[in-house]
Design a protein around this ligand. Structure first.
Ligand code: MG
Ligand code: MG
Length: 629
């Protein structure tokens, strides 16, 4: 599989882009003329730089407004094309993209366009060059790949072929199976991009909102499936115009791009096994049956503080690690690990971020298969030295610098608590359960620009789906929220993207010097009983404004007695078509971390309408007596 990416897709200086692209594992780049109009090297030097990075120039683009022009534009266009051919020779590429004419001066007519391309094909052939024709979704006469193909078919010249771009086809909802009848060797290059579904002007949508396959809502997989069926075996090239990416890290965006193509082709391979594009076999996305544990890196003092808080929340220390300063606390199916080691990754994370939930373990169907898939998708392996008799749990670096461990029940990995931990007798602690059963969701906070990276990381690795993005209004700005979840809800991760540091989420990132888990939500079967047990333990829940309860009673037509009970325990409420949701929060611990307790009565969401009340309450908690920020 040959992969390529347009240099406009990522930010940075030209050379910086090249090294990021090469390191991510791409074979080639598409060059835009602007790349070196603004650059002080000659095309020959640019070509050499590309090759010095082990890359090739897969395509030179764009050449606009070529076909169907009246004189004198027509003659001028051929002169212009000859000059571009000179440039391509210097750059060292043999393929040029011509996009369908958008000029109001242009004339329609399939045969007229075919005649122009035939003449151009003759000129290109003399120089050993090729020209690909792409239908722009907003082309004046040609805006559909079926018409572009009809022109290329009539040209019938070996130097003239078709270029397919998923955005242009899918944005106009053109039936992708129309691609299947095109001979694969007549397709010169395939450009891939996804996009979120937004109703807007096609050109604006394309120039600002494209994203990597799998990050948006377009049916890129069926599109690519249809291409694979043609016998096409050329470059898969990312052509992404996205404002966020242009402000993001070239390394991260390049890695996302490569991951998106590996993920895409793994899906295509499973339905088109006879395709000519060679794609390495890899394990399927892992089935996740739950969050096996969350691990906190803590120091001595904040470790004691966290342990005390967890005891109030009904957790009991059940095991002490044989050789490390690591304790596991448990309630129901929930395992929380406190790591006080003074060396190793946890300690390094503690020193940089303070006490934080730096790692979590997922129970998957096959941990080693999950690990192998992760590495093939470009994730970084993570391992630390283990002592005698200890288990090397397969793990990777997650996004945001955390660690993701994989456990399963088919190997001894699932027995880690018995193998590596010394049980702590029940009579050594006073803590007793408040009825928490499992982790309902893990909430991770990130910079808004990184949200797609996180989303692609989870969805490409685990058998999950993503929900549409919702905006959460923090009084200080907007926080974008999107959820990755398994069908059965056994894994739920909410991602919150903060646009500025004044929002609570933004401040969390600024104060902990990075993204990560900001809250854990535990599930209970009876939130009122849990609230009572918590009160008995001395738990102080986050105080919700009384105004909230007046509003919620009216909004949902709730029984006043129920509302009184909710108010007494600071329980929030929401309802959807599937059922009811109750939630309560702890105040923040350490650098803005907090816990949530939820009861779902069939409800499928996450209480997004309540977020504004929770944020206001947390801010009051952080700044008692209403002091100005
Ligand atoms: Mg294109
Ligand atoms: Mg939550």
């Amino acid at each position: 599989m040959k992969t390529s990416i347009a240099t406009v897709s990522i930010s940075g200086e030209f050379e910086e882009k090249l090294s990021a692209i090469a390191r991510a594992g791409f074979d080639g780049i598409e060059i835009f003329e602007n790349d070196f109009l603004a650059f002080d090297r000659s095309p020959a030097e640019v070509g050499q730089m590309v090759r010095d990075h082990g890359l090739t120039v897969s395509l030179f683009q764009p050449f606009r407004d070529f076909e169907g022009m009246p004189e004198p534009f027509r003659s001028r266009n051929f002169d212009r094309a000859e000059r571009k051919f000179d440039l391509m020779a210097e750059l060292g590429t043999d393929l040029m993209l011509i996009c369908s004419n958008a000029s109001p001066v242009s004339l329609g007519g399939i045969d007229r366009a075919a005649a122009d391309f035939h003449e151009l094909g003759e000129r290109a052939a003399k120089r050993g060059l090729r020209v690909g024709y792409e239908a722009l979704a907003w082309g004046r006469h040609i805006n559909d790949h079926r018409d572009a193909w009809e022109i290329v078919r009539r040209v019938d010249h070996p130097s003239i072929g078709l270029i397919l771009d998923s955005f242009h086809t899918l944005a106009r909802k053109i039936e992708v199976n129309s691609i299947r009848s095109i001979p694969g060797d007549r397709i010169f290059i395939v450009q891939l991009a996804d996009a979120p579904l937004i109703e807007m002007d096609l050109l604006y949508w394309s120039r600002h909102f494209r994203n990597m396959p799998g990050e948006g809502d377009l049916a890129v997989t069926p599109f690519m499936q249809a291409i694979a069926a043609t016998g096409y075996n050329g470059y898969l090239s990312l052509e992404i115009f996205n404002d966020q990416f242009r402000g993001g890290s070239p390394e991260a965006i390049s890695r996302d791009g490569r991951r998106s193509l590996v993920y895409l082709m793994d899906q295509v391979r499973r339905v088109e096994p006879d395709m000519r594009i060679p794609v390495p076999a890899m394990p399927d996305r892992s089935e996740v049956s739950g969050i096996a544990f969350v691990e906190f890196a803590v120091g001595d003092d904040d470790g004691r503080e966290l342990e005390a808080l967890l005891e109030i929340l009904g957790f009991r220390a059940v095991g002490r690690h044989h050789s490390k300063a690591v304790t596991v606390m448990r309630q129901g199916e929930i395992n929380l690990v406190l790591n006080r080691e003074e060396k190793g990754f946890a300690n390094a994370s503690y020193l940089v971020h303070g006490a934080n939930a730096y790692a979590f373990g997922l129970m998957v169907d096959d941990a080693y298969a999950a690990h192998s898939r992760a590495l093939q998708l470009g994730s970084e392996d993570f391992r630390q030295p283990v002592g005698p008799g200890e288990i090397q749990v397969p793990a990777i670096r997650g996004v945001g610098g955390g660690i993701v461990y994989f456990l399963d029940r088919k190997t001894s990995l699932g027995d880690i608590w018995d193998v590596e931990f010394e049980p702590i007798a029940e009579d050594q602690t006073t803590a007793s359960s408040v009825g928490l059963t499992r982790i309902d969701h893990l909430a991770q906070t990130t910079r808004y620009e990184e949200m797609l990276t996180w989303l692609l990381f989870y969805t490409s690795q685990f058998a999950t789906r993503k929900t549409p993005m919702v905006d959460i209004i923090d009084p200080a700005g907007v926080v974008r929220s999107q959820v990755v979840e398994t069908q059965d809800g056994r894994l739920r991760i909410t991602l919150n993207g903060a646009e500025n540091r004044n929002t609570l989420a933004g401040r969390f990132i600024a104060e902990t010097f990075g993204s990560g888990s900001q809250h854990i939500a535990f599930e209970t079967d009876d939130i009122f009983a849990t609230a009572e047990a918590l009160a008995h333990n001395g738990f102080k829940s986050l105080v919700i404004s009384p105004n909230y309860y007046d509003d919620v009673e009216v909004r949902f037509g709730l029984d006043p007695d129920l509302v009184e009970r909710m108010k007494a325990a600071n329980i929030l409420y929401d309802r959807d078509d599937a059922g009811e949701y109750f939630q309560l929060y702890s105040p923040t611990y350490g650098e803005g971390f907090f816990f949530e307790i939820v009861e779902r009565r069939g409800y499928a969401g996450y209480g997004a309408p309540n977020a504004i009340f929770r944020i206001a309450a947390l801010k009051r908690h952080l700044r008692p007596s209403g002091m100005p920020r």
